[in-house]
Structures are given as C-alpha cells and as structure tokens.
Design a protein around this ligand. Structure first.
Ligand code: ARG
Length: 466
C-alpha cells in the first residue's frame, strides 16, 4: 500500500493515520466505479465557479482540459488510484492538483465530498437505472413473444402445486409480464427520486459563496435541485427504492425460475431447457442440471440482503452525513451486477426453451382439472353452488375409487349424483373448451390473453424512460 501521500484533510492533524486505519477507511476499491461521474461533476462545478467569477476563463479552460486528460489517463490505465488517498474524490482531486498546482487546489471551492459523493452516485444511478430499464423492456418483449407463440398450449394451472384448472401457457407468461411491468414502474419511480441535484449544498449547511446550483443542475441534466442541504447529504432513500425495486424483480425471477425448474424435471417433463444454460455433473454422466435457474433463485437472497443491509445502515443515523454512509455502495453495486447477470441469462433462456406440448397434454387428464367446470355446469342448471361443489366432490371420489376420469362416466353414472346432468355434459369436458370458456376479464380464455398481449404491446411503448 502506498501511504506516503498526504491526505487532503491533513492540515488539522499532527500525526498521520495508522496503516490499518487507511485500509479500514478507504473506499477506493469500490467507489472507483464512480470516476466518470466524479469528473463530470467536477467539470460542472468548475464551469459554475467561472460563471460566478471565482475562476477566470484561462483557469476554467485549464481545469477542463486537465479533467479530460485525467479521464484519458484512467481509461488507458496510466493513472491508477491509491489507497492512501482514500476514495475516488480525493484521488481525482489530488491528480488535478498534481497537474495544475495551485489552480487544481481551487476545484474544491464551495464543495464537500458529502455533496460530491451524492452527485456522483445520483448520476451513476440514473445511468444504471436507464440501462437496466432497457434490458427489462427486452425481457418483457421476450415474454410477450412467448405468450403469443404459446397461447394455444394448454397446461394444468396449479394452486398449492396441485392440479387446479387448465390454463393457456400464454396466460402463464403474461402473468409474469404483468409482474415485471410493475417492477419497471417501481424502477421508474426510483429514477424520478434519483433525478435531483445535490451539488452546491456543501458539507451540510450550504455555502457563504454565491454558488449557482441552477447552473450545475442544468449542466448535469438533473430535473430539480434538492430543497434542503441537511436532507441532501444524508438522503439515501433513492437507493433504498432502487434496492426494493430490484428485490421485487428478483423475487419474481426466483418464482419464475422455480416453476421452470419443476417443469424441467422428468416427473413433469413440460419443457427442455437450452443446453447453453444447464450444466452436467462431475460424477453422474446422465445429469443435465438447471443451474442458471437455480442460481437465479439463489442470487436473489444476496439482492434482498442488500436492501436490508442499507436499511440497517441508515436506521438511527443522526443528521447529517456520517461515515457509515460510505458503506452504501457495496450492496447497490452487488445488486446492479446481479440483476444484469440474471437478465442476461433469463432473456435467452426463456427465448429458446422448448415446450413439450405432447407430454403436457398427458397431464391434462390427471387431477380432475375440469371439476370446477362441472360444478359451474350444474350452477347454470339452477343448482346452488355449495350443492354442486359437494356433488362434484363425490363424483371425484367415485372416479378415484373406480379408476375413471369424467370422460369415462356414462350418463347413468352422472345421474347417480344428479339428475340435472344431461347429454351436453360431455360437450364441456375438454381442456381447450374449459380454457376458452373462462373469458371473464383477466381470465385465461384465448380472447382474454390476446387482449392482454395487445395491451402489453402498447404499455411497453409507454414505459420508455427518457
Ligand atoms: N468516501 C465517502 C463516502 O463515500 C465520501 C467522503 C465523505 N467523508 C467525510 N469524511 N465527510 O461516503
């Protein structure tokens, strides 16, 4: 570790920090991610200092030129940050001072690392949310494509993981489409609350210098200026909103993964997962394991923990900035990385998985999926629902005892339970009919799935983030 560099705050100290303190205190190994935004913030700040007469034209030009050079140095690996300079802000500032001497030392006029880090982070999160948003729209499009392609495939719908009623597979994909749509809206909301300019509030109380916050707001492209300096340097709500949005997204991907894992087992055998997203066993040559989906499920815990990590960090902090807040980065960066990976895996996996329609249809005869249809048939003949429920329950018992399905029963057998059964009972005993008769708004009927798909296509256009 290089520890010879004097900290930019060293003036008040007679001694230098212990080596272990430098290690404990540094954030450079993770906040270096913010170098671009830090330079962007410094450019806006320098131009504002010129605008209010603190830097002259030559000075601001030199600073801007040096900041561009530093960016190049970082990008081509010439300039590497030092642990002894603690964080991204002091590393870049120290480099500017190294290049420009006394002029470089003017950049921090009216600025604190407290408003600087808030600015960098908000700029970074705006870009991150936009990128994730784009990827999530691609994911939504894949779900729409699958819903269209699989609309006529009928699968058993489950409650309690037991056969319940037949549904269209298109309807299933659309269920996740709507869940992810709500996630996207939550990210949009997080974006709106991120889009606020912190720069110019100083360490906590504002500045005695005539800083023009509106000038930097425009330069940095924020929608508004933060209203209260104390709130600004302590606010991490926008990160909590991001982490909560990521958490619901991951809960959804985890549930979806679980279904697909179950459906890929030889017991279900509803689908074949693409080889590209499975792995084998080091011992058992027969194995094809759904690891991508298991990892999606598994990595969700890390994302949920990130939300709790940051909430716990913030709980009970006195106003305003406290060094605890430096720990706000690891959980968020971890979540960004994980979400990107999950999307990169799930998008092609869902696009290319193969549905085994014939195998699925074998399952449709099991579990008396049409029991509710039969009960509702009797309702339409005037029998009170509770009675129809009992009658059909008894019929299921009878069938189980005699190893029969509804389709095997003769009219005489139906009549043993109710004389309201007529010849037309056989007309409703098809999974396809059952699905198409469920045409209530939001139901699984083909017509309703088509309505959802067309609403979904329109919604995706509205969900664009500008
Ligand atoms: N590296 C710090 C952070 O990420 C910013 C510095 C503020 N430090 C301070 N002592 N006021 O929060």
């Amino acid at each position: 570790m290089e520890n010879k560099d004097k900290a930019l705050w060293s003036g008040r100290f007679a001694g230098s920090p212990a080596e272990v303190m430098q290690l404990f205190s540094q954030s450079i190994d993770y906040d270096w991610h913010l170098y671009k935004e830090d330079l962007q913030g410094s450019r806006a700040h320098a131009e504002m200092l010129h605008h209010i007469g603190i830097l002259d034209q030559r000075e601001v030009d030199n600073i801007l030129e040096a900041l561009d050079e530093i960016e190049e140095e970082v990008e081509n690996g010439v300039f590497r940050p030092k642990v002894s300079l603690e964080d991204v802000h002091m590393n870049l500032e120290a480099r500017l001072i190294e290049k420009l001497g006394a002029l470089g030392a003017k950049i921090h006029t009216g600025r604190s690392r407290n408003d600087q880090v808030a600015t960098d982070y908000r700029l970074y999160m705006k870009k991150t949310i936009k990128d994730l948003h784009e990827k999530m729209l691609t994911f939504l499009n894949v779900l729409l494509k699958r819903a269209k392609a699989d609309i006529d495939i009928i699968i058993p719908g489950f409650t309690h993981l037991q056969h319940a009623q037949p549904i269209s597979l298109g309807h299933y994909w659309m269920a996740y489409f709507w869940k992810f749509t709500r996630d996207i809206k939550r990210f949009q909301n997080a974006y709106t609350n991120t889009d606020v300019n912190p720069l110019g509030v100083g360490a906590l109380a504002g500045s005695t210098l005539p800083l023009d916050r509106e000038f930097t707001r425009k330069k940095l492209g924020f929608a508004s200026n933060s209203e209260n300096s104390l709130d600004t340097v302590s606010d991490r709500d926008y990160l909590l909103e991001f982490l909560f949005s990521a958490s619901t997204f991951c809960l959804h991907t985890s549930g979806l993964s679980e279904d697909l894992i179950i459906w890929s087992t030889s017991e279900f055998d509803f689908l074949e997962l693409p080889d590209a997203f499975c792995t084998g066993s080091s011992m058992m040559p027969n194995k094809k394991n759904p690891d991508a989906l298991e990892l999606t499920r598994g990595k969700t815990s890390g994302v949920l923990s990130s939300l709790y990590d940051l909430m716990m960090n913030i709980k009970g902090l006195p106003l305003t900035y406290n060094r605890d807040l430096q720990e706000d980065k690891r959980p968020v960066f971890h979540t960004i990385y994980t979400m990107n990976m999950i999307l990169d895996v799930l998008i092609p996996l869902i696009e290319t998985l193969e549905i085994k329609e014939e195998n699925i249809s074998k399952h449709l005869n099991k579990g008396f999926l049409l029991a509710t249809d039969v009960a509702e048939y009797l309702v339409l003949k005037g029998v009170p629902f509770r009675q129809t429920h009992e009658i059909v329950g008894n019929l299921v018992q009878y069938c189980n005892q005699h190893n029969k399905t509804f389709n095997d029963l003769t009219l005489e057998e139906w009549h043993m339970y109710s004389l309201n059964f007529k010849e037309d009972i056989y007309e409703i005993l098809s999974p396809k009919k059952s699905v198409d008769r469920r045409s209530t708004f939001g139901g699984t009927a083909r017509s309703e799935v088509l309505r959802q798909i067309s609403n979904g296509v329109e919604l995706i256009l509205e969900l664009k983030l500008d």
